[in-house]
Design a protein around this ligand. Sequence first.
Ligand code: ADP
Ligand code: MG
Length: 509
Amino acid sequence: MTQIVGIDLGTTYSAVAVVNEFDQPEVLTNRDGESITPSVVLFQGDVPLVGTMAKRAATTAPLDVVEFVKRAMGDPAWRFDATDGRTYRPEEVSALIVKRLKEDAELALGAPVTEAVITVPAYFDDAQRQATRDAGRIAGVDVVRVLNEPTAAAIAYGLASGFNGSILVYDLGGGTFDVTILRIDGAQFDILGTDGDRNLGGFDWDGELMRLLNERFVAAGGEDLLDGGELEAALRERAVLAKHSLSSVEKARVVLSGSAAPITLEVTRDDFEAATSALLSRTREMAEMVRDNAGLAWTDIDRVLLVGGSTRMPMVRRMVETDIGRPIERRIHPDEIVALGAAVQARLIESERGAAPDLTVNGARIEIGDVTSHGLGTLALNPDSGRLENTVIIPHNTKIPAKRPSYFSTVHENQSQVEIQVTIGDDTDPGYVRNATGDKPLMVRIPPYPAGAPIEVIYAYDIDQTVFVEVNDLTAHTSLGTFEVSNIANMSKNQVAEAADKMRTTEVG
Ligand code: ADP
Ligand code: MG
C-alpha cells in the first residue's frame, strides 16, 4: 500500500505534503531541498525542466518558458507553442509539473507515489477540476480527491490549533484570489460560503508595478520596455523583486536597462500601494460579498487566515486588521498550509479505506462539509417570454454532495430524445453563465410518447464537484441513465490516455 500524497498545485508555486508517522502533516522537500517548487516549465532540449531552474530561464528564454499555466486550466483554446514547434495543452504542461512533484516525493519517501489529493481554488468549475484530474492522470497519478484550497488550509489549521469558531480564509496567490468563510466546531468543518476571482493575484500587482516603472523609465529617457519579449520579461523580474522588498522596506531601488545605459529608479511602498489600491479593493469587495451571502457581520468572524504569498504585502494585513478590524492568525505558513491540508485529506481517505488510523480532534473523526462554488442549471425556453432562460437547479453555496431534481415534459408527439444543456453559473440570463455542454447537449433517447410525457432530470455534484446528470422516465418509471457531463472544454478520455502514454517515456528535469 503506497501513501496518498497531498499536492498544492499552485499558479506560481507548488508543494507536496504527507501525514508522517507522528500523525503530523509535513511538507516534503524537493530534489533541490526546497519546500516549494516554482510551477514553471522550460521547454529546451529533450528534457523539459520544471522548477527553480526553469524559472531562472524566464528572462533568457521567455519564449520557451511557461508560467501561470493554472490560469489556463479548463480553457480549450489555450496552447503553448514552444520554439521547437511542439505545442502543449494546459493539462500537459501541468502534468509535467505533477510528474516532477511525484518524482521528488518518491525520492523523499523512498516509495512509489501513485495517488494524490490535489487542491484547487474553490471557485474552480467542473471543467477546471476535470482538467486538474486529467493533468494528474497524464503524469501517472490518480487524483483521488480534488479539494478546495481554503478548505485544505482550514483543516490543517483547525487540526494543529484546536481552534473553534468562524474563520475567513483570504487566499491571495500568484494568479488567483479565493475567499471562504467556515465554522470549525471541534472535528466538524462547515464551509458557509465561498467565492473567488480566477484572474486576480500577485501577477496583477506585478503588472501595475511594471507599468509604473516603465512610465518612469520612459520619462527618464529610456525606451518602452513592455515589448512582449525579453525586455518585458526582464522588467517583470525586476518588478517582482522590488515588490517583494517593498513588503519589508519602505523604498526599493530598481535598475532597468533597455538598449542604452541602465537607469536607476526609486519606488516607494506608498507609490506601489497607490498604483494597486484598486486591486486590493476588489479583494475586499469579494470578501464582503461572501460574508453577506453567509449572513454574517465582520464581528462574527473570529479570525482571518492569510494564505498565499501575496498576503505578505503589508497592504493586505492592514486592510484586514485596520479597515475590516479582524484579527489575523499569524501562526500559519502561507506557502505550506494548503499542501498540509491536502495531506490531512489524503490521510482521511486512507483511514476510510482502513489503511491507516483515523485522524481525530479530541477523539472525534474529522468531518468536512463543503459547498458548491457555482450554480448548476439548465437552459429552457420560457413559454411566457419565448426566450431561452437559464434555470439554476443547484444554487451556489449548496452543501455537497448535492442532488436536485427538475421536471420537464416532452413537447412533440413521438419525440424520440430529450436534449439537456448543462450550465454553470448563477444568472438567469444565458449570456452570464457558461454552457458546459456547448453545442453538444446531452442527448437521451426516450420511448415515443405523446407530447407532455414527464421527464425527471436530476442534477448532482459529487464531493469533488464533478457534475452528473441522471435522467428518469416518469411514464415508465425507469431510469434512462446517469451521465457524467463530458465538458467540451476538456480533453477526451482517449486524448488523456495518449498523453499519459507519451508522458511515461518523457523525462523531466
Ligand atoms: P499560488 O498559490 O498562486 O501559486 P503563492 O501562494 O505561492 O501562489 O504566491 C505567489 C505570489 O506571492 C507571487 O505573486 C509572489 O510574487 C507573491 N509573493 C511572495 N512573497 C512575497 C512578498 N514577500 N511580498 C509580496 N508578494 C510576495
Ligand atoms: Mg496557492
